[in-house]
Design a protein around this ligand. Structure first.
Ligand SMILES: *Cc1c(COP(=O)(O)O)cnc(C)c1O
Length: 474
């Protein structure tokens, strides 16, 4: 038991004069200084002492806290070294979640990034000839083989692919687009604005729901430089509709001596219906229908890193590659390494549903997910008791990232409800889940917090944190 006078001292309030000088605190933290150096440790020590001094002045600082100064400083230093970008558990039910980093990289892509990025590599070096190479060469043949294109190039993302293609093919010219396809993808990426940024003049044809071949034909003038089709990936026009398909449109474009470009957005490279998923238009079909340029994303259905892929005719890709914008929008070696490894997975389509995480998650069976929900129910229920109740529920996952917006995949998960029935309590639970070392992101719907388990491939990542969750809720 502590001596009475000591407990009196420790239980009392600290005065500003009780705080150690910076030098004294640093001397007490020699191992920390030795490990991290003076700059970071001294900066954090100063900030720590400043904060304590303010609390001492306000009469809020207990002497007891001064004993913990070295530990507090070590914790602050550790916290500063934690990256702000962290792995989370995506239990939102949206598989390709733009806010959560879109596609997960395959093992092969991760290994390639790890193996190559700490060493020099042949990014722009022709190993056979021993001279300067082109970074596009690393993936061009592969992209041509997979899509049937004559030529291909890659840039930073699909927004860049669209911007670059229009700028290269139609700067200072008119570009014809259907009114039904003037999409906003999110943020500031709206087709009319992209046209303006690319230095092209947008010529809208048709109506929101119906556009006909004659609409395009009548809009062609000597000033026209390009016809563009945009895959309306994040919404659907239903009902009394008409659009002109690529085959018809390419005939119209080519008769007028114009190139036809299609922005596919999602960019699946394999027929998803073979995997029991809703079909998505393929670049290979667009090229076969006569498109001169097709653009799509690397990190949506393709399941790779952020990248913009441009495939098409040798002439069109050649023009695009020569644009000065290409250099500004080029793909860096990091995603390029991951993209090449991801594309090579497509050489073995029989294994794709295993090797490619995006496809693996999208094809996970409802039975398997429901079984997981059943198994996790008791542990999760124990962790959130007594304030919350948990039950298994059937859910509908979304593919995400604007892909196939109206399609749903039968899924399963856990629904957590606050027993006192208050929204604030549920909000506190969602906050506690997000504060875990591996933050858990669910979705709130109808006064319940839903955890869709489709994307939980390693249940231990959740269960190992349930103890912490219980403490946080206590
Ligand atoms: C997603 C999308 C884009 C933008 O692609 P990013 O890779 O996100 O830059 C452009 N067009 C369409 C139709 C899309 O769906």
């Amino acid at each position: 038991m502590a001596a009475p006078d000591e407990s009196v001292v420790h239980g009392s309030k600290a005065q500003p004069k009780d705080l150690p000088a910076l030098d004294k605190l640093l001397r007490d933290c020699a191992p920390l200084l030795a490990e991290h150096g003076h700059t970071l440790v001294a900066r954090e020590a100063r900030a720590l002492l400043d904060g304590l001094r303010m609390r001492a002045v306000a009469g809020e600082l207990m002497r007891l806290e001064l004993d913990a100064l070295p530990a507090s400083l070590a914790a602050r230093v550790q916290a500063r070294l934690q990256p702000a970008m962290r792995a989370v558990l995506n239990l939102t039910g949206t598989v390709i979640h733009t806010n959560l980093g879109r596609a997960l990289l395959a093992d092969a892509a991760l290994q390639q990034v790890l193996a190559l990025m700490g060493a020099p590599n042949n990014l722009e070096f022709d190993l056979a000839a021993g001279g300067r190479g082109d970074r596009d060469d690393l993936v061009e043949d592969l992209l041509c083989e997979l899509t049937g294109a004559e030529a291909a190039t890659v840039v930073n993302n699909n927004a860049a692919a669209v911007l670059l293609s229009i700028a290269a093919l139609a700067h200072g010219r008119e570009v014809i687009v259907s009114r039904g396809e003037l999409v906003e993808i999110g943020g500031a990426f709206r087709m009319p604005d992209v046209m303006a940024a690319a230095g092209a003049t947008l010529v809208e044809v048709g109506t929101t729901n119906r556009t006909h071949p004659r609409d395009y034909e009548q809009a062609v003038t000597p000033r026209t430089g390009l016809i563009v089709k945009v895959h309306t990936s994040n919404y659907q026009v239903q009902g009394f509709t008409a659009a002109v398909d690529e085959a018809t449109l390419s005939a119209i474009a080519h008769a007028a001596g114009l190139p036809l470009m299609t922005d596919l957005g999602s960019g699946a490279l394999v027929d998803l219906s073979k995997y029991g998923l809703p079909a998505e238009p393929l670049p290979q079909a667009m090229l076969a229908a006569g498109c001169d340029v097709v653009t799509f994303s690397g990190d949506k259905l393709l399941g790779g890193p952020q990248a913009g892929l441009i495939v098409g005719s040798r002439a069109a890709i050649g023009t695009i590659r020569k644009s000065p914008m290409k250099r500004a929008l080029r793909l860096s070696k990091l995603p390029l390494a991951a993209l090449e490894a991801t594309l090579r997975l497509y050489l073995r389509p029989e294994r794709l549903a295993q090797d490619l995480p995006t496809l693996r998650l999208l094809t996970r069976s409802h039975a398997q997910i429901a079984d997981l929900a059943q198994r996790l129910l008791p542990e999760v229920a124990a962790a959130v008791a007594p304030r919350f109740s948990v039950e298994t529920v059937a859910l509908q996952s979304q593919i995400g990232s604007g892909s196939l917006p109206v399609e749903r995949l039968p899924s399963a998960g856990l629904a957590i409800a606050a027993l006192d029935g208050r929204g604030r309590t549920l909000e506190a639970l969602a906050t506690a889940l997000r504060a875990l070392p591996r933050p858990v992101i669910g979705r709130v719907q109808d006064d319940r917090l839903l955890l869709d388990l489709r994307c939980l491939e390693e249940p231990a990542l959740l269960t190992s944190q349930l103890g912490l969750l219980k403490e946080a809720l206590a």
